[in-house]
Design a protein around this ligand. Structure first.
Ligand SMILES: Nc1ncnc2c1ncn2[C@@H]1O[C@H](COP(=O)(O)OP(=O)(O)OP(=O)(O)O)[C@@H](O)[C@H]1O
Length: 709
């Protein structure tokens, strides 16, 4: 496929015998790789930055000048077959020495470039879904397999669902109690799938699966939402927690239980700074009410907060709140629907992180309940417990102004007039270090004295002084001491993380910590494409280079035992949400075996498949939708501050290469820790002329902190 340019006058035999004509930039790149070790350091598209092409003699020479040169590979459409796969391989292989070498992967020479690219994991196999499920079946964990099946139905658009069902359903029902009936386990399985699909507003009838009614109901069957809610186990420690409530928590608990026992329509609001035990209180309430045989719905604005409560769901999925939510929106729930019946049976609703929800979403639930129960009291007369902390992150209004962010808060809703407010003030997370918890409170309230502009001074005990890039390693060593001895200790990993404001710093830190983590690196490349791009306008290297916090990286590098964070609400019912932390336990070609380490499902195994993930409009400004087929995870030695919200991180490192930029961020970061002793902060631009110590910015919108009572 070499192109040779010649003039009409030249003779073809001469052309063919002229050796220079058989030498192209690419073949000479191969030759350089054979003789020059330095050449092996670069990909083909990076090569022109370091070597220059001698057109006369057709060969590469090492570049001497320091001009900034950018290499670009000729574009090739996937329809061009092998030429396209040569290009894909060149984008990912350094130092190939011939076309044959390019076709060789792990010492096996393949017949085609396509096969080689496939074996390097650079191409999506045609039977990816089957392969994924087959690999997962080898580890016999039926519950995790059911979860994987639902994730595939929801995220992977499989075409032959019935074929998948036929092959894999026997593995999914292996853990059901044995029964003389042949159809009963299948019915139970379909019921379980139905319940998980309902979380995504889907039902098994939307897929080519057998109908539940095809399997006679010989024994009573657990089926709809009410029974599902009633079967949520009550953890004994949550019942015991009632005895441990502090005075403020106990007061709120008693008032709410009083409303439950007297069936008094009420809206409560638990206003508690970070660590004051809001979740602890919700769990006690849920345990008490469920123990008495009532239904208490546990919901939260984010998936990650929802899984901190047994049976927790996101408010959006539980109440079918439309997205986007407008001032007139209502939930898509009818009186006769499963959700309608469930709400009718419900005694109490908890909505955590209500401070982060746009008030339209809470108002949508209010309108729906009034309508469902023909009752014009707030929330149709139900007892509702909202909670949150206005000092932490506020509702996200895409590209919104400060006043729009403030107007989105629940305090600006007419519902606020009906709220009975409880304040929790005692920091239970940092209760052993009162100086620290007092300082956190001042930072959250914006009352910590400013030194200059909005800069405040950090306590010397927690500061790692900035002495150049090597200080980052000091921070890493402070948070992850003796990493190689402890890497496989679950608690050691669970209790540590570095948090930082922006995604690119997260990537940098994760990369550095992974180098210290023992074990071999395993690399997974994503399969990227642009949606609706038949003319192949967007070349692969552009797509591969796109990085956003909502997507996994193109080149995902992991090691067995490393912590990762899940990037989508894959199975909120079973604890796998956007923000769930997991440990990598095993890797197969198409499936990851991980263990959940956050929330009430901690310790459970989960299978993670590759799924196609799309960029959203709010993610990144690009003129097309990127579809990235990759495992939906990122490393989580380091997290963004926003992702860490709601989690206790006993040994926390905070890295601020630039100061924080939005309301509550510094407060959220510092309040993940439990004491000055276990919190470390590294600030790059922390010195202020004329003042000793290290400083950083604290952004507080005072107008949201004084909710009128
Ligand atoms: N009364 C209590 N007795 C003992 N421990 C408590 C009590 N209340 C809370 N805790 C503990 O304090 C820590 C912080 O509590 P929790 O996570 O409930 O706070 P939170 O207000 O939900 O925090 P955030 O806003 O950061 O999510 C947890 O480890 C929790 O177990």
């Amino acid at each position: 496929m070499h192109e040779v340019i010649f003039s009409e006058q030249q003779s073809i035999p001469d052309l063919l015998t002229d050796q220079t004509n058989s030498r192209t930039m690419l073949t000479e790149f191969f030759e350089m790789n054979k003789v020059d070790p330095n050449a092996n350091l670069y990909f083909y598209h990076e090569f022109p930055e370091h070597y220059t092409w001698d057109e006369k003699n057709n060969h590469w020479r090492q570049r001497k000048g320091h001009y900034k040169v950018i290499g670009r590979l000729t574009s090739v459409s996937p329809y061009e077959g092998e030429r396209f796969y040569v290009r894909v391989l060149l984008l990912h292989r350094k130092g190939p020495t011939s076309f044959d070498d390019l076709k060789t992967v792990h010492s096996v020479r393949y017949n085609t470039f396509k096969e080689a690219a496939e074996h390097m994991g650079l191409l999506q196999k045609d039977n990816l879904i089957q392969q994924t499920l087959r690999e997962a079946c080898l580890i016999r964990m039926p519950a995790a397999l059911r979860q994987l099946f639902v994730i595939i139905l929801i995220y992977c658009n499989p075409v032959e669902v019935r074929t998948l069902w036929n092959e894999f359903h026997p593995y999914m029902l292996e853990d059901y109690p044995s029964t003389s009936s042949l159809t009963m386990p299948v019915r139970l399985l379909l019921n379980d799938l139905e319940l998980s699909l309902n979380d995504f507003h889907q039902t098994i009838s939307n897929f080519d699966l057998p109908a539940i009614s095809d399997f006679p109901n010989e024994e009573p069957v657990v089926s709809h939402f009410v029974v599902d809610e009633r079967s949520i186990p009550v953890p004994p420690e949550d019942l015991e927690a009632i005895e441990k409530l502090n005075n403020e928590q106990k007061h709120a608990f008693d008032m709410i239980m009083d409303a439950v026992h007297h069936k008094t329509s009420s809206v409560f609001f638990i206003d508690g700074p970070a660590g004051t035990g809001k979740t602890f209180l919700y769990r006690s309430l849920l345990a008490a009410i469920r123990h008495e045989g009532h239904i208490a719905l546990a919901t939260a604005t984010s998936g990650i907060a929802s899984i901190m409560m047994p049976g927790g769901r996101t408010a959006h999925s539980r109440f079918k709140i439309p997205i986007p939510t407008l001032p007139t929106s209502t939930c898509r729930i009818s009186k006769q629907s499963d959700e309608g019946i469930l709400l009718h049976e419900t005694t109490l609703i908890i909505w955590d992180e209500a401070t982060m929800a746009h008030r339209y979403t809470i108002e949508a639930l209010d309108k729906t309940l009034r309508d469902l129960f023909h009752n014009d009291q707030p929330f149709g007369g139900k007892i509702v417990v909202l909670g949150g902390d206005f000092r932490q992150v506020l509702p996200v209004v895409p590209r919104g102004t400060r006043s729009q962010a403030i107007d989105a808060c629940i305090t600006y809703s007419s519902l606020w007039d009906h709220v009975k407010l409880f304040h929790l003030t005692q920091n239970m997370r940092a209760r052993t270090d009162s100086l620290y918890s007092d300082m956190l409170m001042r930072i959250g309230n914006g009352s910590e004295p400013y030194v200059v502009d909005d800069l405040i001074r950090m306590p010397d005990e927690i500061v790692i002084p900035w002495e150049g890039e090597q200080s980052i390693l000091q921070l890493i060593n402070a948070v992850f001491p003796k990493m190689s001895d402890n890497a496989y200790d679950r608690n050691y990993i669970m209790e540590r993380a570095i948090i930082t404001p922006k995604n690119n710093y997260v990537d940098q830190l994760n990369h550095q910590v992974l180098q210290l983590f023992p074990g071999n690196e395993i690399i997974f490349h994503s399969f990227d494409s642009a949606e609706n791009d038949p003319r192949n306008l967007y070349q692969l290297e552009l797509l591969n280079s796109i990085s956003t916090s909502q997507l996994p990286p193109h080149k995902l590098t992991v090691k067995i035992g490393c912590p990762m964070i899940v990037l989508r609400n894959l199975d909120p019912k079973n604890g796998v949400c956007n923000g769930t932390r997991v440990l990598l336990r095993g890797i197969y070609q198409n499936v990851m075996h991980a263990e959940i380490i956050t929330g009430s499902f901690s310790g459970r195994p989960v299978f993670l498949p590759r799924i196609p993930l799309k960029t959203g409009q709010q993610d990144i400004k690009i003129p097309f939708v990127l579809i990235r087929n990759q495992f939906p995870v990122r490393l989580s030695f380091a997290l963004t501050i926003n992702k860490s919200q709601g989690q206790t991180i006993p040994n926390v490192g905070i890295y601020l290469p630039s100061h924080v930029f939005s309301h509550g961020q510094l407060y959220v970061a510092l309040s993940r820790g439990i004491s000055r002793h276990n919190t470390k902060i590294l600030i790059k631009n922390g010195s202020v002329n004329g003042f000793s110590g290290v400083h950083t910015r604290n952004v507080v919108f005072h107008e949201v902190l004084q909710p009128h009572e």
